[in-house]
Design a protein around this ligand. Structure first.
Ligand SMILES: [Zn+2]
Ligand SMILES: [Zn+2]
Length: 903
């Protein structure tokens, strides 16, 4: 919904806002889903099933999701053109992506390298840095201390620490110790590892351990180069362990770097599914992490195990399948984004971030710590990497299908560019004549997503004009986790191609959490089903909740009761005002468009409402212009509160009462009409359904020239002249005085229905409030309002204060005040009885009241008033005959029986 609101707003402000929908179709999430459906659990099984059939299933499932999303998109009123969407799996899209990769290739920024990469053994593919960042979890791993005897002095054993005892061979750096046996470790760690009694018996000179051979715990491989000796490396710390760690160049980035420095052999004992190879006889074909306990037991049996513990640490899991990642040496393809780091940082300088701190915080840090983009995936359902290679290693990067067809010497116009079809396209190498075949990898689906600005148009093959008009985008919006996903891929690709960002403004949302602040997830069982919420509360309530319930940048607590509050509070209030307008607009037959009463000539409540309305327009406009829909929505909601609780409540009778002059009645109608018209406009981006309903029924019905829908209308403009600040200030003071006066009544324990003689207002704002003395008097049900320099003293006074303004009520009751209070109690009881007896609002009645003498004396002076307020054509002391309704009420401790009959 946040992707929707600003485009709606900008449209109303007169901008052209094309809204092409788009679908990310490729990648592991889709493949994983199909693997589950088909019951496949490895790449081997996928290949046995057939890549063609597998990819066909992937394509179908994408289309299935598209229709689900389309339904939801419509239901939440996300205004976007679904009929003209782009899909990243079409040939056109893929061809544009190829074109961009060729651009990158030509700049010598696309390269193949043998590196240790974060690797998902289940998915059988390396992951990029930004994918790894998506999936950290706290895991428990063994922490093992192993003895490695020195080859030329087997009684001296290196004490080696590792959390990954499955990795195989070589060690470095050291100091000494003893404890029944001679153990070698770093001196600062002696006591921590071996306890206070440990005694140092030998100190090794700097470097004297280096190069010494040790007896490896396992000899499953016979390396071609010298192995199993001590080397030193700076990354080994004395913060934990023993100062001696075990390294395996094939399974750690640092290990590989050190391995290269010392020319150590890189030996793979683990296959691409994360299982030990056949040579590792005891554990062949076992997943390495699962073999840990057996390996530890084996070391123990052979007296090599010194100690085993467990540690908890943060470890990356595959963001899609939750398998612990391995660090694995592999040949794969990279984009040298590090070569463009400064340009990336510069591009980011031109982007406005909401909230601002992400720019140099989370996102800026991410860019500053940029590493090369691990682009290739050893998978099936993705954009094929368009690189062909001959046996001599010559490379060609293909930018367009036509070029490929020409090289291959055949028509490829009908070719599906996915695997396995593209893999069958071969051609002769221009340099050596050898057969060029495509490398087997597909690319990171995030690269597809980041190519959207041009690939959705099939640029540069088509629609160059559209692309150049729309690039860069004014605005994008996603949750904060996309700093490592889409926000990154978009800026990275545009920077590689054009040296600038593909977006100018980013709204970055917080994540959704449950009532207790926990991240929502299906596995935790605390995620919410959107359709359920929509069915229960409606799209408007859901939308308004998201826009206004909290800071959009922070994580958001979402739970049904919170959405219900919006429905029952704000939306119901709005609906009640609207219904009131429609009811009296119809019954009184007033056409508000024919009323020409200058605002200055209207009732002060009308003038006040228009002042608040135009202040609301002003405030909401400023807020929306700075992408603060929360501030805008809250101002509108506060206005609706004022409208309902103050304007309509205080103005009710002006709309229908016979004593209202025609002019005043018309002014009230015109004011409320204008207010609802503007409200519909203000609410259109927030609550599109109710806004359009109000527009249709209250605006279009009387204004034939109005646009067909509120969503085709212009955003309202502020009329500064109507913002009477003095009136806003005095009315606010008066409302404040009323609030204090009601507090004082509550303190005194006197119901509002009981009239009191006087309220005295003193302190700051008292003079302002006094401009609306009549309103205060009515609201507080007092006969007089006065401004006093000081709060009056005396037993009869009860007051309430906020520290600056004080309102004091004279609580002394004269018999007349008491009688009037009782009369009002009676009126209320009679009104209830009328309702209970199902009388129409306009029905006249005959009224009977049976009351004790003492009470009758007090209410008698008010009989006319009781009769007129209850539409009684006659009233008697006693019971009416054949009553339509009868009830007992207690007034001031005495029982009164009232009865009535329709006249
Ligand atoms: Zn995985
Ligand atoms: Zn060649």
């Amino acid at each position: 919904v946040f992707k929707d609101i600003y485009p709606r707003y900008k449209t109303m402000r007169g901008y052209s806002v094309p809204r092409k929908a788009g679908w990310d179709c490729h990648g592991l999430p889709v493949e994983l889903e199909i693997e589950k459906e088909l019951g496949l659990s490895s790449k081997r099984e996928i290949e046995a099933y057939g890549i063609e059939r597998f990819n066909e299933r992937c394509r179908d499932s994408v289309l299935r999701y598209v229709s689900d999303w389309e339904r939801l998109t419509e239901r939440i009123a996300f205004w976007i053109d679904l009929s003209d969407s782009y899909k990243t799996m079409t040939n056109d899209y893929i061809e544009s992506v190829w074109w961009s990769l060729k651009k990158v290739f030509d700049q010598d920024l696309l390269y193949e390298d043998f590196k240790v990469v974060p690797y998902c053994p289940r998915c059988g593919t390396p992951l990029s840095d930004h994918e790894v960042a998506l999936g950290y979890a706290t895991v428990t791993d063994p922490s093992v201390y192993v003895r490695f005897p020195l080859a030329d002095d087997p009684n001296t054993k290196l004490l080696v620490w590792t959390t990954t005892p499955w990795i195989n061979p070589e060690v470095r750096y050291v100091a000494v110790e003893h404890g029944g046996e001679r153990l070698v470790l770093a001196e600062p760690l002696v006591h921590r590892v071996l306890g206070p009694d440990a005694k140092v018996v030998e100190w090794f000179d700097d470097g004297s351990l280096e190069g010494r051979s040790y007896e490896p715990p396992f000899r499953f491989a016979e390396p071609a180069k010298r192995a199993w000796y001590v080397v030193s490396a700076e990354f080994v710390t004395t913060e934990d362990g023993t100062g001696i760690v075990h390294m395996a160049p094939a399974y750690g980035a640092e290990d590989l770097a050190v391995g290269r420095e010392f020319d150590l052999p890189v030996v793979h004992m683990v296959d691409e599914e994360g299982k030990f190879i056949e040579a590792v006889t005891p554990w062949a074909r076992r997943f390495v992490k699962e073999a840990d306990p057996d390996i530890i037991a084996d070391l123990d049996r052979r007296g090599l195990l010194f100690r085993t513990e467990t540690i908890e640490h943060s470890y990356p899991l595959c963001w899609r399948c939750s398998t612990p990642l391995l660090y694995y040496a592999l040949t794969s393809w990279y984009i040298r984004t590090t070569a463009r780091k400064q340009q990336l940082l510069d591009a980011n300088e031109h982007v406005d971030w909401y909230p601002d701190h992400v720019k140099h915080g989370r996102f800026g840090d991410w860019l500053a710590n940029n590493i090369d983009w691990s682009l290739s995936r050893n998978r099936y359902w993705g954009t094929p990497l368009p690189i062909w290679r001959c046996p001599q290693g010559h490379l060609v990067c293909i930018a367009e299908v036509a070029d490929l067809a020409e090289r291959a010497g055949r028509d490829l116009s009908g070719l599906d560019l996915h695997r396995p079809f593209i893999d069958e396209v071969a051609f002769g190498c221009a340099e050596c004549g050898g057969e060029m075949r495509r490398v087997r990898e597909v690319i990171d689906a995030w690269y597809d997503s980041g190519s959207m600005p041009f690939a959705q148009w099939h640029y540069p093959f088509e629609r160059e004009d559209v692309f150049s008009r729309r690039f860069p985008a004014d605005y994008i919006c996603e949750a904060i986790d996309q700093t490592r996903g889409w926000f990154y891929s978009l800026i990275a690709i545009a920077t590689l191609l054009w040296g600038r960002s593909s977006y100018e403004k980013v709204v970055c949302l917080g994540l959704l959490v449950d009532k207790d602040g926990r991240k929502m997830s299906k596995s935790r069982g605390n995620s919410l089903e959107p359709w359920e919420l929509l069915d229960r509360f409606g799209a408007d309530a859901l939308r308004f909740f998201f826009f206004t319930s909290g800071n959009p940048w922070a994580s958001r607590r979402v739970y049904p009761e919170a959405i219900e509050e919006v429905q029952r509070g704000f939306l119901r209030m709005l609906w009640n005002v609207y219904s009131f307008y429609v009811l009296y607009g119809n019954t009184e037959g007033i056409d508000p468009t024919t009323v020409f009463i200058a605002p200055a000539d209207r009732h002060e409540l009308d003038r006040w409402l228009l002042a608040e309305l135009h202040d609301t327009i002003r405030t909401a406009t400023i807020a929306m212009d700075s992408y603060d829909c929360t501030g805008a929505g809250r101002r509108v909601a506060a206005f609706v509160g004022d409208l309902s609780n103050w304007y309509v409540r205080r103005s009710r009778r002006r709309f229908y009462a016979p004593e209202t002059s025609d002019t005043d009645k018309a002014a009230a109608h015109a004011t409320l009409h204008e207010t609802l018209r503007v409200l519909a406009l203000l609410l259109a981006p927030f609550t599109p359904f109710v806004a359009d309903e109000i527009w249709d029924n209250a605006v279009r019905s009387v204004r034939p020239d109005a646009p067909d829908s509120v969503h085709l209308a212009d955003w309202p403009s502020t009329d500064e002249a109507l913002i009477d600040e003095a009136l806003r200030g005095s009315m606010a003071a008066a409302r404040h005085a009323v609030g204090l006066g009601l507090q004082a009544r509550e303190k005194a324990g006197i119901k509002v229905r009981q009239p009191l003689a006087k309220a005295e207002v003193s302190g700051a704002g008292a003079d302002l409030a006094f401009r609306h003395a009549a309103i205060i008097a009515e609201e507080l049900n007092v006969k007089a309002v006065e401004v006093a320099p000081e709060p009056p003293s005396g037993d009869a006074y009860i007051d309430a204060t906020d520290g600056t303004m004080t309102v004091s009520l004279d609580t002394e009751l004269t018999p007349e005040l008491r009688g009037e209070g009782m009369a009002r109690e009676l009126v209320r009881a009679i009104q209830n009885l009328r309702k209970k007896s199902r009388l129409a609002v306009s029905d006249r009645i005959h009224l009977g009241m049976e009351a004790p003498d003492a009470l009758w004396v007090e209410i008698e002076p008010f009989l006319d008033r009781i009769a007129s307020e209850t539409l009684a054509v006659s009233s008697i002391r006693g019971a009416v005959e054949a009553p339509d309704g009868k009830a007992d009420v207690t007034i001031d401790g005495a029982r009164v029986t009232i009865s009535l009959r329709r006249a």
